[in-house]
Design a protein around this ligand. Structure first.
Ligand SMILES: Cc1cc2nc3c(=O)[nH]c(=O)nc-3n(C[C@H](O)[C@H](O)[C@H](O)COP(=O)(O)O)c2cc1C
Length: 134
């Protein structure tokens, strides 16, 4: 796992709705939006599964997740890709937290997906586009 730099945390947190990409075991890609999520700490994200369908199936056969965020405010135009390995939990503290986050939106959590962050890349345009930063 890697530690998420504060600027990456800021960009994802300010974006609020995260595009989350997964792939099947055969490599078929899928991308969704996730609004119910939080950083657990500097190395892990929690995604709340209320409605995951292809996403859940993909995660069960291939746990690798990619997320992209951007902050279009000038002059700080920033964008980062975060990649990690997902762990699906349906009980315990993180599931309880997912359930609590869901209740506030009158939804029900089916699972808590903990993303253990493994790689972070700069995804803003310019000479450092694509550079691995963690
Ligand atoms: C703005 C927005 C936010 C969403 N947030 C969540 C969420 O937090 N959790 C969730 O399970 N689904 C959420 N969804 C629904 C998923 O994007 C998607 O419909 C669901 O995972 C089924 O797609 P799939 O079969 O590709 O997994 C959200 C959709 C939108 C448009």
């Amino acid at each position: 796992m890697v530690k998420v730099p504060v600027e990456v945390k800021d960009v994802l947190s300010n974006q609020k709705i995260l595009p989350v990409a997964t792939a099947s075991s055969e490599g078929v890609p899928n991308v969704i939006f996730v609004g119910l999520w939080k950083f657990i700490d500097d190395e892990r994200l929690l995604l709340v599964d209320n409605f995951f369908k292809k996403t859940r199936k993909n995660l069960e056969e291939n746990p690798i997740v990619a997320i992209v965020g951007f902050d279009g405010e000038m002059p700080n135009f920033r964008s980062y890709q975060v990649k990690g390995r997902a762990e699906i939990t349906t009980s315990g503290d993180h599931f309880d937290e997912a359930s609590e986050m869901s209740r506030s939106k009158e939804l029900q959590a089916k699972a808590a997906v903990i993303v253990h962050i493994e790689e972070i890349y700069n995804a803003a345009p310019g000479p450092d586009a694509g550079a691995q930063i963690a």
